[in-house]
Ligand binder design. Structure first.
Ligand SMILES: Cc1cc2nc3c(=O)[nH]c(=O)nc-3n(C[C@H](O)[C@H](O)[C@H](O)COP(=O)(O)OP(=O)(O)OC[C@H]3O[C@@H](n4cnc5c(N)ncnc54)[C@H](O)[C@@H]3O)c2cc1C
Length: 379
């Protein structure tokens, strides 16, 4: 009997999983014993970490976009047709066009999306770099900026937890390069009582902020943005004025998750080691859409994809699998325009940022170029 694998979501997690499965199950695909169908909602694949560099005019938008079809093994069937309902009791995914995709195994990789509309005044008053158009608008606003106060504030939850820090460090070097640093105050704020969710990263960042003259305030939860008066107000009852506001919007999972009754706010209940959806042994979850309390990052999605592809391969070929996810996350963190640090951690080991170096910066830039090989499952 043919085993049907359906993967919903053609971003980092879905693409890596699909390509690894196609490689592991090559013979079965050729013989028609396995079918892999990917359902996604856009024909293009965007390398999202590139948005950070677009905001600072370091790369062109077209450098971070590829056709999804070109990234997939030719034996994978691609449907650009958004999933509108996932029915786990009947093993079927229904798409916008009305097509029913029946499966034996399902992989959910629908990621996360920004919801700036949750903050009154956000659209009118704030810039961000978490989507392509927003990153381009921020680039244009920065080009015109001639001095004043730039506030960086962070909504939660959000993907790539280190990106606000990276943005702030790069902003410092951008202003320096444009010779307007002495006319600008950089003001970073964070919702909890330290600079970052991961305590070692927060402790590491403090002296670097102080050395660069970056001001900061913690326990700052943006509640409302008053675009006319250029003020951001907080749940704590404080307010801060700005000339340019860069605010990380809060995120939710994909609407199809909530609408299919699979998890509040679009986060799917996921077993932390097996990466199965609770109660459904044939449903796996990778990437941002899991409800796991770990960083929502491309590296997380990639490491989880390794495990899910290995588990599915063994289940199909041998009837069982022992592969487990250990919580591994790896991030290169830009600390300016020419240096970066590096953190890795898992469920047991906390992160320990290394001293910033030029080599780590070049490694991050190198990975930005090699991402496409990583998505193809080659790296
Ligand atoms: C500015 C920025 C900087 C970042 N920097 C880093 C970094 O340095 N390192 C790092 O590791 N990570 C970084 N990330 C995070 C990383 O990009 C994400 O965590 C990663 O893409 C998550 O992979 P995913 O597969 O879960 O989701 P995604 O890659 O977002 O893919 C989800 C896919 O599902 C599709 N989809 C959604 N709904 C449906 C539906 N109903 N039907 C069909 N398809 C659907 C979407 O269109 C999308 O293609 C950064 C992100 C941003 C925005």
């Amino acid at each position: 009997m043919t085993k049907r694998i359906v993967i919903v979501g053609g971003g980092t997690g879905g693409t890596v999983t699909a390509n690894l499965l196609a490689r592991n199950l090559y013979r079965q695909l050729i013989d028609g014993k396995v079918v892999i169908n990917m359902i996604t909602d856009k024909p293009d694949h965007v390398y999202q970490p590139g948005f950070l560099y677009i905001a600072f005019d370091k790369i062109r938008p077209d450098e971070i976009v590829r056709k999804q079809r070109e990234l997939l093994d030719p034996h994978i069937n691609l449907f650009v047709d958004p999933a509108v309902r996932i029915d786990r009791d009947n093993n079927v995914v229904i798409t916008k066009s009305g097509k029913e995709h029946h499966y034996d195994y399902l992989v959910i990789a629908t990621g996360s999306k920004v919801v700036p509309e949750e903050i009154p005044g956000f659209r009118e008053g704030a810039h961000h770099f978490y989507e392509m158009e927003a990153a381009k608008k921020l680039r244009d606003a920065l080009r015109k900026f001639e001095g004043g106060r730039i506030v960086v504030t962070v909504g939660v939850p959000h993907k790539c937890p280190v990106a606000p820090l990276e943005f702030t460090f790069m902003l410092h070097d951008y202003l320096k390069e444009r010779d307007i640093l002495d006319k600008t105050e950089i003001y970073y704020t964070y919702p909890i009582n330290r600079l970052h969710a991961l305590e070692p990263v927060a402790n590491w960042a403090v002296p670097r902020f102080e050395q660069k003259g970056i001001k900061y305030e913690t326990l700052f939860n943006m509640e409302e943005i008053d675009a006319r008066n250029k003020v951001v107000r907080t749940m704590e009852g404080t307010e801060l004025s700005y000339d340019l506001l860069v605010a990380i919007p809060p995120h939710k999972g994909a609407p199809v998750i909530q609408e299919s009754g699979m998890g509040s706010d679009g986060w799917v209940t996921t077993d932390r080691k097996l990466l199965r959806n609770a109660g459904y042994d044939n449903v796996y979850v990778v990437g941002d859409t899991t409800d796991l309390p770990i960083s929502k990052a491309g590296s997380t999605a990639h490491f989880q994809s390794d495990v899910v592809a290995e588990r599915l391969t063994s289940e199909i070929l041998e009837g069982e699998s022992s592969s487990e996810y250990d919580g591994k996350v790896v991030c290169f963190v830009e600390t300016g325009f020419d240096e970066a640090t590096y953190v890795w951690f898992n469920y047991k080991t906390p992160p320990k940022p290394t001293p910033p170096s030029r080599m780590l910066h070049w490694m991050k830039l190198g990975y930005n170029r090699l991402y496409w090989l990583s998505a193809k499952g080659v790296l």
